[in-house]
Design a protein around this ligand. Structure first.
Ligand code: PGA
Length: 244
């Protein structure tokens, strides 16, 4: 595990974007695993700037997002598909048919989950996966108690996650209660993983992820067994780590 502590969100975003830039420099057809939430937005802004400066080409890139709310059509303003369009996709030259975000509206979710797993394998697997972390230690929507061997599946959101995500909706009542998410094992299959976290409210989760025994109570702790993972943290998120 690599742990990098950077003073500002901007530095963290530049460093995070650097992983994508390096991956694309060595492989223009790379498969990228993408995340929603506030934390990765700075990385996406850096990637957009580099693209606009003519330094990056996404034309042959394939992407897979981590998760989506159940019940929200992809055109819903709070869907993760819409989030990705606004924060990244509409600003770069990615081919729409190479974008994958799990669907929150399906007749047969079992088949859709299997299709998502198969599509990742058919694309050659994820080269670089970016993650945030929930205050409850989740990666993607793998809430506490989720099996570390899990694959793409449907899940109930934790009360804490509903509260945390209420800021994107009119109220907590409007936050969907269920989601479709890559599993922990799906994420662990990525060849390289970066996890970004900022702020004091992530310090407990980061300590559990890095220093507690691996277990499903903090699904991010599974990353301790990943061969190529980097945590990019600000000092507040790293503040409870004993070994800094
Ligand atoms: P955040 O969400 O980046 O908005 O804090 C992280 C997460 O829940 O994974």
């Amino acid at each position: 595990m690599n742990i990098i502590i950077l003073d500002t969100y901007k530095e963290l975003s530049i460093r995070g974007a650097g992983f994508f830039i390096q991956t694309l420099a060595s492989n223009p057809t790379a498969v990228l695993g993408l995340a929603t939430g506030s934390t990765p937005i700075g990385v996406y802004q850096q990637l957009i700037e580099q693209y606009q400066a003519g330094q990056l080409d996404f034309s042959a890139v394939t992407t897979f997002n981590l998760d989506e709310y159940i019940g929200l059509h992809r055109d819903h303003p709070q869907s993760y598909y819409s989030f990705m369009q606004q924060e990244l996709f509409q600003h770069i030259n990615i081919s729409p048919d190479r974008i994958h975000v799990p669907s929150g509206v399906e007749d047969n979710f079992g088949a859709h989950c299997q299709w998502y797993e198969d599509a990742i394998i058919a694309a050659g697997g994820i080269d670089l996966q970016i993650l945030g972390i929930g205050t409850d230690g989740h990666i993607a929507f793998n809430e506490p108690g989720t099996a570390l061997g899990s694959r793409t599946h449907l899940t109930d959101l934790d009360q804490q996650t509903i509260i945390d995500n209420a800021r994107f909706f009119d109220s907590a009542d409007n936050v969907p209660r269920r989601a479709i998410t890559m599993g922990v094992a799906t994420i662990m299959d990525a060849r390289e993983v970066i996890l970004l976290a900022t702020g004091e409210n992530k310090a407990v989760a980061i300590q559990a992820a890095i220093e507690s025994p691996v277990g499903s109570e903090c699904t991010a702790s599974a990353l301790q067994n990943h061969p190529n993972v980097t945590f990019l943290l600000d000092p507040a998120a790293a503040s409870l780590l004993t070994n800094q």
